[in-house]
Structure formats: C-alpha cells, structure tokens
Design a protein around this ligand. Structure first.
Ligand code: AMP
Length: 398
C-alpha cells in the first residue's frame, strides 16, 4: 500500500494540514481550519478536486482537529485506509536540542514547551496541535520537524553574536535561523537538479517572512535570520537588520515599552511600515501609479531598500562562500515576482550576472533556470514545498 504522511502546521488560530505521498510529492488531500477561538471559524478541505468549505464555531484546537478528522471521514480519503505511517508536525523553534527531526515522546514534547520563550508566537501554538493530534491519533508515530534544525550545523563564527559570552550562555542567545526546512529542501533539490554536490549556493526564501542562506557543498554556512526571524532581510511587516540602539532610542525618547517595540518591529515595519502595503503586488501597483507622485516615490524607495538588502547579502555571502555558483529564488515573492528577480540581477550585472528576461517573466510553478548561458552565476527559480520536506524528514525516522 502507498505510504503517506499527514503534515500538520498548527498556528495560534489555525491548523493547516496535508496528506502527502512523500515518494511522489503528491498532496492527496489538504485543508485549513481558520479563526479558531473566534465567534465563527471556517474549515476548508480539498480532496480529489472537491473543495468543502464550512463555517462554524471552532472554540479551540481540539475541536479544530476533530473537525479535520470528521471531514476526512465524510469527504475522504478515509484515514484508516490512507496508509498513514506518520504525522509530521512543523515546529518553528528547536533551540539547541534538535539538529534534525524527532519522534515526539513526552520528553520531546516537554523540550518543545521549554523553548516557548524563544518562539512565544509559534511553539505554544504548535504544542496545542501536537497534544490534540497525539491524543486523537495515538496509534501513529508523531514526528516534529524543526525550522531551526538545518542551521544547527552553522559554524560558530556565524551562529554566535559578539555579545558578552556569559550573558549569551545564560539566556541561550545565538543565531538559530529559521525557514531551515525550506533552505535544506531547496539546496538539496538544486544539487539534484544540477547533478552536482560541490555547489556554492545562495538560497533566497522570499515570502511574507524572508530569509537568505549560504550553503556550501550541502552544509549551511550562514543565514540571515538570527535568535528570531526578525533579523536579516526586509520583510512584509518586519524591519530585518536594524541598529539595536533604535530600541534604546525609542524606549528613552519615545517612551515605548518593550512589547510596543516588539510589535512595531515585527508587525508594523518592513514593506508595510514603509508603504502601508504588505503584499509586493500592492507595492508594485503603488510604484506604477503615476497619479500619486508622493506615494509612488515612497514605494519606490521601499523597493530600493528591499533590493539593496538582498544585494548586500549576496555580496557578503559570496565572499563567505569564496565564490558563487547559483542563486535560487523561492517562496511567494521569489517564485512569482519577476520584477524583484530582475532588479536584483541587474544590480549584479557588474559581476557578470545575466538574466534571461524572457525566461524570467511569468509564473510557471516549475523549477527553471532564468539566467543566460554566459552568466557568471546560475539564477534559478525553484518552488519550495515545506510540507513535502516535512513528510520526507518524518519518514527518515521510521
Ligand atoms: P509566502 O509567505 O511564501 O506565502 O509569500 C507571500 C507573499 O508573496 C505575499 O505577501 C506577496 O508579497 C508575495 N506574492 C505572492 N504572489 C505574488 C505575485 N504574483 N507577485 C508578486 N508577489 C507575490
């Protein structure tokens, strides 16, 4: 019988799930429970081309998970005959404990709980999903796959801040990275796609959250996210790199609390803070709107900041890698926004990077090379698939 993995990504008010065949990569069924805890929640389940959408109150994750199981029962495929060999749970923060996927025992569950202060928005939400799913599907092994695991291999020189060593040790302050499941998946797929293991790669995971990594011969050597996903690139709502003294300044001069600054940096900054828009498509609309020159100019500057940040990382990572073979673009912006790819490639033109504009245009959803044959660096678009990566990693433990 076909072996499948049920992948669960439990957020604070949502549960996303996919039933995956890890061998073929096919998503057999998928869905999302949204607005858990609100007056009216919604659950959408897709199987064999049929989409079922229902609105009802979903007071907590247990009810949400029961609804998922009910829809599998009613709309298919029946889980009892779907060949499920594991449930794979996405977990954002694995701290220093997890350098790979882990079979969820009570001990592992408690370690994920211990790490909640390091990921206060994510780990508690994952735990709700894990606890309920372990309860309701107790006869199937559950595996946690951590966003930070890949970057546990970072060398000390890029995982360590130049912070007082004792303070760093006491509070477990180091660079953990994030999006590691995607960076690991993409860098591995690119090596297969090009038929080479000895690659100096830059992987750009550009979504609403965005990060870039440098991978040499399959090993990560640097990444842009740090203790938390706030560090690094300009994002939909996050500042990315910023002088930490801005925090002192806003606290002292602006009388802002730590929670207010946390919210400002994580939720009200980045493209949203610069333009009022989070989505790149909306930012481009502002840039192309000739009727409102002031808004247009602001949006253009925001895009320049965004592209310039990418450029700085390409420069520094090329130096760290000792050269560069390939830049791969992935996630919502990386896969779909050909203007971002074009502007970055044009900024790299002095280094012999050449983009093929025809290949770059359009959204095909397939892995493809978008540089010209004589480009000094290969440019690739490669769709990420974190659910498949989680399913494949879960399978390695069985
Ligand atoms: P993700 O977090 O990977 O789901 O990416 C979501 C982001 O991708 C959105 O906020 C948009 O900024 C961006 N995005 C999605 N589709 C497009 C598109 N067709 N063109 C430009 N940006 C897009």
């Amino acid at each position: 019988m076909t072996q499948t993995v049920l992948v669960i990504n439990s957020g604070s008010s949502s549960i996303k799930y996919q039933l995956i065949n890890p061998e073929t990569g096919d998503a057999i069924a998928k869905g999302i429970v949204e607005r858990i805890g609100e007056e009216l929640g919604e659950i959408t389940h897709t199987y064999a081309g049929d989409v079922t959408s229902e609105e009802r109150a979903i007071p907590d994750h247990e009810v949400g998970m029961r609804e998922v199981l009910r829809l599998f029962d009613e709309k298919g495929p029946a889980l009892s005959t779907a060949g499920i060999v594991a449930v794979g749970h996405r977990v954002v923060q694995g701290g220093k404990y997890f350098a790979g996927p882990a079979l969820i025992t009570d001990e592992v569950r408690n370690l994920i709980e211990q790490l909640c202060p390091m990921a206060p928005l994510h780990n508690p939400a994952h735990l709700k999903g894990i606890d309920v799913a372990r309860d309701l599907m107790s006869d199937i092994p559950h595996v946690a796959v951590f966003d930070t695991a890949f970057f546990q291999q970072l060398p000390a020189k890029t995982s360590t801040y130049a912070l007082n060593a004792q303070v760093a040790e006491t509070y477990a302050v180091r660079r953990y990275g994030a999006h590691g499941t995607s960076h690991q998946f993409i860098s591995g797929e690119v090596a297969k796609f090009l038929g080479r293991d000895d690659l100096k790669q830059i992987v750009m995971h550009l979504g609403n959250g965005a990060s870039v990594s440098a991978v040499k011969n399959g090993q990560p050597i640097d990444t842009s996210m740090g203790l938390t996903p706030l560090e690094g690139l300009v994002m939909g709502t996050r500042t990315g790199d910023i002088d930490p003294a801005v925090v002192f300044h806003l606290a002292r001069q602006g009388g802002m609390s730590i929670d207010e600054i946390d919210h400002l940096f994580n939720k009200e900054s980045g493209m949203k803070g610069l333009t009022g828009e989070t989505d790149m498509r909306s930012v481009w609309k502002l840039i192309h709107n000739d009727e409102d020159h002031e808004t247009q100019a602001k949006a253009r500057v925001a895009m320049d900041i965004y592209i310039n940040r990418l450029l700085k990382y390409v420069g520094s990572y090329t130096a760290e890698l000792g050269g560069l073979d390939v830049i791969t673009f992935t996630a919502g912006i990386g896969e779909n926004d050909w203007n971002v790819r074009r502007e970055l490639a044009e900024a790299l033109a002095p280094f012999g990077v050449k983009i093929d504009l025809e290949k770059n245009d359009g959204r095909i959803g397939e892995p493809r090379i978008i540089s010209t044959p004589d480009s000094s660096v290969l440019l690739l678009v490669y769709p990420t698939n974190e659910e498949l990566a989680i399913a494949q990693q879960a399978l390695t433990l069985l």
